[in-house]
Write a protein that binds this ligand. Structure first.
Ligand code: TPP
Length: 594
């Protein structure tokens, strides 16, 4: 058995029967062995798409995603996708070719120090020097990628190691799965300290304004059911981070929307007023907290996270609990049930009801009959055309935030977006990965004209493998998000954010053999998505949107209550927006309504 065969055998034993890749000189031996193997290889058209597709595959399915590239430029093209997966704790195994061992360090053709590059953007990076090391290395890579706080792993395999035979002992092992590497010091804490959990229960019981902040960790640990039970038990409203979308059913009354710089007003103002923040599986990124000095001013903070390095990193915490979100929520629920629930609920009922009324007063208007089309209306049409098992991926920009704000995600792993790295070019290839992983689910990519152009070559992959994706391209002829920042914070000096001569996306798509339709009228998006679902073929919808629509946002460096701009609201019940009910006026004023 050769090194390359050992890679394939170990991958298949790990359940990784699908890989996204692109061949080249230093992975020729591996590709030669893939030729007649059972591995399902998807040939993407740029290595960046391979790493994003593997990431989308992982986020949609909860399994490890795998990508392969050659050494040098192939490996460096994977890097953005690997860093994206690292920032968002996604389990990806990236296999890169490397020059033969005797040439390493010689600046050989297509040599790059992939181990060095990978170290700061992976959980770990390996390089086997001997093919016997491969089985254990692959097994441990999968173990490391998916356990504890998940993340990407790189295995950089020199060409000669792919070609060499394993020793007889290893060649004759039927099943590699018992073979693992020694990983000293790696033992993620999953249980959570019972004393800390008790302490948290007491603080929650005494709180009169509790709020839950749920992050991507809730989804990763499969704790959505427990999160809902917990919220109902203590009667606390729930806000999420971008990556936490789907951890809690967003059609539930208690859901306030996303928090932070691009957060929803009701979420930001309520969190600011709460007296007890229970943060679960989130890392308090600057996009979530805004100015740290102004964050959680009135509040005790309970922080549950599996990664001890996250605790106290950005925000001072009153009760840290290190462990798996699901385990800890189960224990927290059990503990709180031993206390006087009636009293706990009495403490917080006024706050809970006020918050829900405040939420009602802030429901954004989604119905617009005008052209050019409003993004709110488009997301509404997308929502109508899809069901709760459909998966949405987004790129990065204004369209991402509109999707985050207006697409009610009901189930976990159904909203996939690049949060930490904010990678333009992520939305489309991650949708390819998600669809390959979950062929039964409708998958729709929401993307901008800027981001889509960075990865549009993978329309060829969609055509070649007949991947029935729906691509909704929010076409505003500019780099909308950056344009908005220039408008707001750089005195309207619009430096290089107008895309000028954008391509004809219909012709572009059709040249790849992928159907396309231009959308200019209200109702056409929903109709086109429904038709595409029936047809079962990929389609690109070039949706011409109002290029002047802007997002409410918190200026960088400000506290999360300093929101610039406001959505038009659907339902005016507070009196503060021109309505005439006075009952809730005080609530809105209390929370800084304007
Ligand atoms: C790879 C990369 N380059 C640059 C940026 C900075 N950036 C963030 S949003 C954005 C504009 C995105 O424009 P578009 O894709 O058209 O989406 P829109 O904001 O218009 O919806 C840019 C340039 C980024 N996030 N990623």
């Amino acid at each position: 058995m050769k090194g390359g065969e050992a890679i394939i055998k170990a991958l298949i034993e790990q359940g990784a029967d699908t890989v996204f890749g692109y061949p080249g000189g230093q992975v020729l031996p591996l590709y030669d062995m893939i030729y007649n193997s059972d591995l399902n290889h998807v040939l993407v058209r740029h290595e960046q798409s391979a790493s994003h597709a593997a990431d989308g595959f992982a986020r949609a399915s909860g399994k490890v995603g795998v990508c392969i590239a050659t050494s040098g430029p192939g490996a460096t093209n994977l890097v953005t996708g690997i860093a994206t997966a690292y920032m968002d704790s996604s389990p990806v195994v990236a296999i890169t070719g490397q020059v033969p061992t005797h040439l390493i360090g010689n600046d050989a053709f297509q040599e790059v120090d992939m181990l060095g590059i990978a170290m700061p953007i992976t959980k770990h990076a390996f390089q086997p020097k001997n093919p016997d090391e491969i089985p254990a290395m692959i097994n441990s890579s999968f173990e490391l990628a998916k356990t504890g706080r998940p993340g990407p792993i790189v295995i950089d395999v020199p060409k000669n190691v792919q070609e060499q035979d394993l020793s007889d002992y290893f060649s004759n092992i039927d099943n590699f799965s018992e073979l693992t590497l020694d990983t000293p010091g790696y033992s993620p804490t999953i249980k959570g300290n019972p004393r800390q959990i008790k302490k948290a229960s007491k603080i929650i019981a005494n709180s009169s304004k509790p709020i839950i902040l749920a992050g991507g960790g809730v989804i990763i640990s499969g704790a959505s059911k427990e999160l809902k039970e917990f919220s109902e038990l203590i009667q606390a409203p729930v806000t999420t981070t971008l990556l936490g979308k789907g951890s809690f059913p967003e059609d539930n009354d208690a859901y306030l929307g996303m928090l932070g710089m691009h957060g929803r007003k009701v979420a930001n103002l309520s969190l600011d007023e709460s007296d007890c923040i229970i943060a679960i599986g989130c890392r308090f990124s600057d996009r979530t907290t805004g100015s740290i000095e102004e964050f959680a001013r009135n509040s005790k903070v309970i922080h549950i996270d599996i990664d001890p390095a996250e605790i106290g990193k950005n925000i001072e915490v009153d009760v840290p609990i290190v462990g798996d979100a699901k385990n800890i929520l189960i224990k927290l629920i059990t503990d709180i049930k031993t206390l006087d629930i009636k009293k706990i609920n009495q403490n917080s009922i006024e706050w809970y009801n006020d918050t829900l009324l405040f939420k009602k007063s802030c429901i954004p208007r989604l119905t617009y009959n005008e052209t050019p089309l409003k993004p709110q209306q488009i997301i509404k049409e997308i929502s109508h055309a899809l069901d709760e098992d459909s998966i949405i991926t987004t790129d990065v920009g204004q369209h991402q935030m509109w999707a985050a704000h207006f697409f009610d995600t009901i189930k976990p792993r159904k909203f996939i977006s690049s949060g930490g790295l904010g990678t333009m070019g992520f939305g489309f290839p991650s949708a390819i990965g998600a669809k390959v992983a979950m062929p039964e689910n409708d998958v729709l990519a929401v993307t901008g004209d800027g981001g889509f152009l960075m990865v549009c070559q993978d329309l060829a992959t969609v055509k070649e493998y007949d991947i029935p994706l729906i691509i909704c391209l929010f076409n505003n002829r500019k780099l909308g998000m950056v344009y908005q920042w220039q408008n707001l914070f750089y005195e309207k000096r619009l430096s290089h954010t107008d895309l000028g001569q954008t391509p004809d996306f219909l012709k572009l798509s059709e040249s790849f053999g992928v159907n396309a339709e231009r959308i200019t009228e209200v109702g056409e998006t929903e109709k086109a998505i429904r038709a595409a679902k029936k047809d079962g073929e990929a389609i690109l919808l070039d949706i011409v949107i109002d290029k002047n629509e802007e997002l409410p946002m918190v200026p960088p460096g400000c506290g999360i209550t300093d929101i610039l701009g406001e959505y038009k609201i659907e339902n005016d019940i507070t009196g503060i927006n021109g309505g005439n009910s006075d009952t809730n006026d005080t609530i809105a004023n209390k929370r800084g309504g304007d």
